[in-house]
Design a protein around this ligand. Sequence first.
Ligand code: A2R
Length: 318
Amino acid sequence: MTKVKLLQIGGITERMRAALADQFDIDILFDQPDRAAFLAAHGADYPAILTNGHYGVPEDVDAATPNLKVVSSYGVGYDAIDADACAARGIKVAHTPDVLNDEVADTFVLLWLAVSRELIPSDRHARSGKWETDGNYPLTRSVQNRRVGILGLGRIGQTIAERCKAFGADIHYHARSEKDVPYTYHATAADCAAACEVLVAITPGGASTRHMVNAEVLKALGPDGIFINVARGSVCDEQALVEALQQGKIAGAGLDVFEEEPKIPDALKSMDNVVLTPHVASGTHETRQAMGDLVVANLQQWLKDGSVKTAVPECRHL
Ligand code: A2R
């Protein structure tokens, strides 16, 4: 059987490679010594791209692949892919929704508890011997019975809301539209922040949510407020966040995503009331395997009948 040429952007696991190897002839973009020459010579050979939410489909790849038919992306966020332009060209874009809802919601809980109960400084107190020399660690703030605001009440946002119930939370949210849920809706992010003690961002990235969490929203959250970002770095104005933390306008932050990954501002790294993780919200063996399996399943289904299992909304009509 003739294999279909697949252009791989970013890394994949051995399990994914093995599952694809019978049907696809895989070339790795980042292995090419001269990317421009490679794309100019071979770009037209690829009907299929396998990428991820970080790299998406870069402009030079998009321009060099006139015969592209399918893009299978590892991750739920696809702001690095121009899905509208792909849809206009008849290219099916698939992503990996749902299989990471629980993991990302757990990461929210992890960061929230770590910030509120001061896990990192407390661990340092225990480890350094300060417990013996300086005595007990100071008291921290409970996560019980808080008002929690969720920016983006989609698949992951609703899973976060379920987690929050276990902590007795009063749940508020902001999204583009009001949902039929027993939580309090706010028409703006600032109104949601003003009503809450904990604010979590879990919208997609991209132009429509850029800097949704800005100086005004952080001020509204207030000096006892905690901000958690498990969405995209672009959703929060990082400079405004640094200033709000430095000036005590909010109490703390838990951040898994950043504006210029993998760079993190030194100011954030130096703060004791900030917990940082390197974009690992879905990063467990189990969930990453499920995401990889779905990336593969989308490509296999496309090969079989031209459709994909989990198309992004912009491409569902194709
Ligand atoms: O369409 P709506 O009304 O349900 O609102 C969606 C909301 N959202 C926004 N809210 C306010 N302003 C916007 N410009 C805006 N754009 C979108 O975010 C919806 O409630 C939520 C997104 O939900 P899903 O599409 O189900 O995404 P999922 O699977 O929860 O993942 C969210 C993001 C990913 O795109 C990655 O960036 C990250 O989580 O891992």
